[in-house]
Design a protein around this ligand. Structure first.
Ligand SMILES: C[S@@+](CC[C@H](N)C(=O)[O-])C[C@H]1O[C@@H](n2cnc3c(N)ncnc32)[C@H](O)[C@@H]1O
Length: 309
């Protein structure tokens, strides 16, 4: 169990400054809508392209893309490619690159600006169109998989395992559980600087609406948390997990963690919580049962820390 477990054992209402009663979203979940559906509906509407057209890689992303360059040299599938921020860097390395996104404006932008790759609209909750063992590497940057709840995340990892070729590489990032206590509510985010606060006030009603809609859907456990953070004005609920929890989850779905780095690209070792770093970046490898002839991978316990570039 993570050493900070007690700190995330926070009741949902402790983070809620909306005073909101059960909401449409809670009713939607009650009717069987999953977290992934709720979040995907926000993204599918589009309108976020301007936020994702940059080229700048976070240091953690640069480190992993450089260190796993060889594994990224074949057929690469990028999930949630957005405006192509990471795609641009993958194109230089990959023999073949296909990007997928749920938002049509993102896909159209990528098709127009990155003609050497292919792009399609798709939903990471249904990866059935992709052939088994068809990709040498899969990239899911910018905490994409955190839109999914725990069950959906497990199914996603199983599907990624199926689509990856044996020994294939998965590169992704995820919100860091240690930072849940640092997540602020819309009112806590207001600046003491009068000019900044004045600007923030303009968007406050929208942020409070988002908060009121989703705060009661938050949940907290020692292994992971579902948190309504400030992304897109509190319109989303995100999954937060620790480095060690992520390693356990990967192992449960037949992946071996190769390495975890923080935003600055510094290694996060087993047992470290990287407090203050709100997202962690991971590289993992598909492992297969012994009958696939891979004695080395099969023998590697989840606790095997050796990094194989
Ligand atoms: C945080 S943005 C990241 C974009 C890009 N990877 C980047 O790092 O700049 C998440 C992207 O995932 C897409 N997305 C959200 N839910 C999705 C889903 N269910 N299936 C496929 N893409 C999804 C969004 O439309 C958005 O472009």
């Amino acid at each position: 169990m993570s050493s900070y477990a007690s700190r995330v054992d926070t009741p949902a209402h402790a983070l809620d400054d909306s005073g909101g009663a059960p909401t449409a979203s809670r009713a939607a979940l009650g009717r069987g809508a999953s977290l992934g559906e709720l979040n995907s509906a926000v993204w599918r509407r589009g309108g976020y392209l301007a936020d994702y057209v940059g080229q700048h890689l976070r240091d953690g992303e640069s480190v992993l893309l450089a260190r796993h360059r060889d594994a990224l040299a074949g057929r690469v599938l990028e999930l949630g490619c957005g405006g192509g921020r990471i795609t641009r860097h993958l194109i230089g390395t990959a023999a073949e690159l296909h990007g997928v996104d749920i938002a049509s404006d993102m896909v159209e932008h990528c098709r127009r600006t990155l003609p050497s790759a292919t792009f399609g609209e798709g939903d990471i909750r249904d990866l059935s169109p992709f052939a088994s063992a068809g990709a040498d590497a899969i990239v899911a940057g910018n905490n994409l998989i955190d839109i999914l709840d725990d069950d959906e995340r497990g199914r996603f990892l199983d599907e990624v395992h199926r689509i990856l070729a044996p020994h294939g590489l998965l590169v992704f990032s995820s919100h860091n559980l240690a930072c849940v206590p640092l997540v602020k509510s819309p009112l806590q985010e207001l600046s003491y600087h009068p000019l900044v606060a004045a600007r923030q006030l303009a968007g406050l009603p929208r942020r409070l609406r988002g908060r009121r809609r989703l705060a009661l859907l938050q949940s907290f456990s020692s292994e992971y948390a579902i948190v309504n953070d400030n992304a897109h004005d509190y319109a989303l609920l995100h999954y937060y997990i620790s480095r060690d929890g992520q390693e356990r989850q990967l192992a449960a779905h037949d992946f071996r963690l190769l390495e975890c780095v923080d935003l600055a690209g510094t290694a996060v070792a087993p047992g470290e919580i990287a407090y203050g770093c709100h997202e962690l970046h991971y590289a993992a490898r598909r492992v297969d049962p012994p009958q696939d002839g891979d004695a080395a991978d099969a023998a590697a316990a989840p606790g095997d820390r050796s990094f194989a570039p």
